[in-house]
Design a binder for this molecule. Structure first.
Ligand SMILES: *Cc1c(COP(=O)(O)O)cnc(C)c1O
Length: 384
């Protein structure tokens, strides 16, 4: 299938990279469980395949699909979101370079930058990415190579204006990287808004079924793509064929899932806003949320993640998490099943005592696609 502007998102999600198998006509790309490939004479590669760290046909299928649905030129699939991020920074920076970083980024991303990339020599400054002037102030002219955004952020659901931050980054000679995990390309297309690189934890909405860990990078620029391709192979944190196949399958239903996640999240928000034990609801779809206007401008809908704060402090928040039943107590997000968690003690425990520490009375929901009445009854019971 020729990929071009003429196809809509769902068509690309189902068909891009999913060519029928050339040997059998299988409609679904097979899981090519092979590490190496027979050569037709020394150096005679068939379709460029030589060794599966460098390339594997199932991973190629996923990478073509990723590029198409993010509106990029090339996609790269990794063993996890953090593997993708690590490979990206080693492709874009050398020791001594500087990165401007969201002040409420995903905890694992913060740990990677502060403990691993920091030890390698890349410096970073956390900044309130919701405030363009804070990003401008954090930039070190000549040293800042990357401005990193997550929007909406995890777990506070802050929203950064991608187009404005792209301008600021480019004026400073830096690249803009956007972690698009929370929105997914169905709801938000950062490359179109001026970003240079899109990052995903495909573990979340892209895979969508809580059955695989994976990561992705998508870029438009050919030179940048070559640098990443070199580092992907040189570092070797690639997605295996079965994991690639699972993510490729998940992406086919991304559009319908994101619509249902958004429908259910909106109803959960309405319920929480009326509940007397809830002191605030953090969701970009709420009018009055500080990022609402920006989110409405750059997102198709507002997604499935809802955070809220409760009366009674940390103990009450923990009790609610423990009492929920349909909402499974667990880390991660973006699967078909609803999850509940306490960021302070779970996903964001590693940022305690840093500028990224989150409130103790905060609860994060990943609203799934179950029957909405069952989700509301469960919350009602847990909050009682
Ligand atoms: C989960 C997550 C990551 C890390 O991805 P892994 O697949 O767990 O390595 C990065 N960014 C965001 C926003 C995430 O939610």
């Amino acid at each position: 299938m020729e990929i071009g502007q003429q196809y809509g998102f769902e068509t690309l999600a189902i068909h891009a990279g999913n060519e029928p198998d050339p040997t059998t006509g299988a409609v679904v790309p097979p899981i090519y469980a092979t590490s190496t490939y027979k050569q037709d004479g020394v150096g005679g590669l068939r379709n460029g395949y030589e060794y599966s760290r460098s390339a594997n046909p199932t991973r190629t299928a996923l990478e073509e699909c990723l590029a198409a649905i993010e509106g990029g030129k090339r996609g790269f699939a990794f063993a996890s979101g953090l593997a993708a991020e690590d490979t990206l920074i080693r492709s874009l920076c050398v020791p001594g370079d500087h990165v401007v970083f969201p002040d409420d980024a995903y905890g694992g991303t913060f740990r990677l930058f502060s403990k691993v990339l920091g030890a390698w020599g890349v410096e970073m400054s956390p900044a309130a990415v919701t405030h363009p002037e804070a990003i401008r102030a954090a930039i070190r002219p000549g040293k800042t190579k990357v401005v990193w955004l997550e929007t909406p952020t995890n777990p506070l659901l802050n929203v950064a204006d991608i187009a404005i931050v792209a301008q600021i980054a480019h004026d400073a000679g830096a690249l803009l990287v956007v972690d698009n995990t929370f929105a997914s390309p169905y709801l938000q297309q950062p490359l179109e808004l001026g970003a240079d690189v899109v990052v995903h934890s495909t573990t979340k909405y892209m895979g969508g079924h809580s059955d695989v860990v994976g990561g992705a990078l998508i870029v438009r620029d050919a030179e940048l793509a070559d640098k990443i391709a070199f580092h992907q192979n040189a570092i070797g944190a690639v997605a295996g064929p079965f994991d690639s196949w699972l993510v490729l399958r998940g992406i086919k239903t991304l559009g319908v899932r994101m619509d249902r996640h958004s429908d259910n999240a909106e109803k959960v928000v309405e319920f929480l806003q009326r509940h007397s034990a809830v002191t605030s609801v953090l969701y970009p779809g709420v009018e009055g949320h500080p990022g609402h206007d920006t989110a409405a401008k750059q997102m198709k809908r507002f997604g499935g993640i809802v955070s809220f704060r409760v009366t009674g402090g940390e103990q009450h928040a923990l009790d609610i998490c423990n009492k929920a039943e349909v909402f499974t107590l667990g880390e991660s997000l973006g699967g078909v099943e609803s999850l509940i968690e306490h960021p302070g003690k779970m996903t964001h425990a590693s940022v305690a005592g840093t500028p990224l520490e989150v409130p103790a009375d905060l609860i994060r929901l990943s609203v799934g696609i179950e029957t909405i009445d069952d989700l509301l009854h469960d919350l009602d019971r847990a909050l009682a």
